[in-house]
Design a protein. Structure first.
Length: 281
């Protein structure tokens, strides 16, 4: 609350920038207002956050001399750049360089996540090919869910940088235009990589579903064979079990065995017939 109050009363940013910075919703955007470039971009949450591996949002607004940044969750890229500044390993001459470093670090994190998802899909694919796929369904669902989230954000970033280039290219300094071009190229590359991984995941999902369908068909076929074998035996036993006069083999000592033999012979004939139909299909 203190931070929001301080930002709201800061006279340097224009009112539209302050309103966008303090808005309640999280909608990714990059806009230019006067000499202030401001936006809301996705970033990976830090490993120690309550919802690790998820995505958070980093809001920023800067001009040639001033930078304001904020986030509601601990973010990996911001923390990495902060540590680099604290230990003196990174120095920045302008707010634009600092924002580019944060966004580049965020894209590096996305690339690492995509690489890990690629390795996960490799393992799932190997197990599916080796017919050890029975426990891979949930792993594939989790990988696809995480991949969809990252790919959607890469598509959003690509669209935002394209919008910035088309709408404000003549209004931005050359350094900002170059920064936007570099970040746009990286986001587009990661978007393409995400599309390839999504296509692989979809193919693996289709192959897994085909194997599940084949297994279900085999179980249904076995069940159908058992029903076909037991149905004639059930009919014969029902006929001989009727409590009416004139039943055959009632006075014969071997009547039970004759009826059982008839049932078994009929069941065997039906089994052979069903097997033959199964091979024909």
């Amino acid at each position: 609350m203190r931070a929001r109050h301080e930002i709201a009363t800061e006279p340097a940013p224009p009112p539209p920038v302050r309103e966008a910075f303090l808005s309640a919703g999280h909608g990714c955007h990059i806009d230019l207002e006067g000499d202030w470039l401001h936006g809301d971009l996705p970033d990976l949450r830090h490993d120690y956050s309550a919802e690790a591996r998820g995505l958070g949002h980093f809001r920023f607004a800067f001009n040639g001399t001033m930078l304001v940044g904020g986030r509601k969750q601990p973010l990996r890229s911001v923390d990495t750049i902060r540590k680099a500044i604290d230990n003196g390993s990174r120095k920045f001459r302008s707010p634009a360089e600092l924002i580019e470093a944060v966004m580049s670090q965020s894209l590096d994190g996305m690339a690492t996540e995509l690489g890990g998802l690629g390795d996960t899909l490799d393992g799932i694919e190997d197990r599916i090919v080796c017919d050890a796929w029975h426990n891979e369904r949930q792993a594939l669902v989790d990988a696809r869910r995480h991949l969809v989230v990252i790919h959607r954000q890469m598509a959003t970033l690509t669209s935002l940088f394209r919008h910035l280039d088309h709408s404000h290219r003549n209004d931005l300094p050359d350094a900002i235009n170059d920064m936007a071009a570099r970040l746009s190229y990286r986001a587009h590359t990661l978007h393409h990589d995400g599309e390839q991984l999504q296509a692989r995941a979809q193919l693996l999902q289709d192959e897994l579903m085909a194997k599940l369908t084949t297994q279900s068909n085999q179980l249904l076929y076995m069940l159908s064979v058992m029903i076909a074998m037991l149905l004639p035996m059930t009919i014969i036993s029902g006929l001989f079990g009727m409590n009416v006069g004139g039943l055959p083999l009632v006075d014969t000592p071997v009547g039970f065995w004759v009826a059982s033999a008839i049932s078994l012979v009929v069941a065997a004939v039906v089994y052979l017939f069903v097997r033959r139909l199964g091979r024909g299909m």
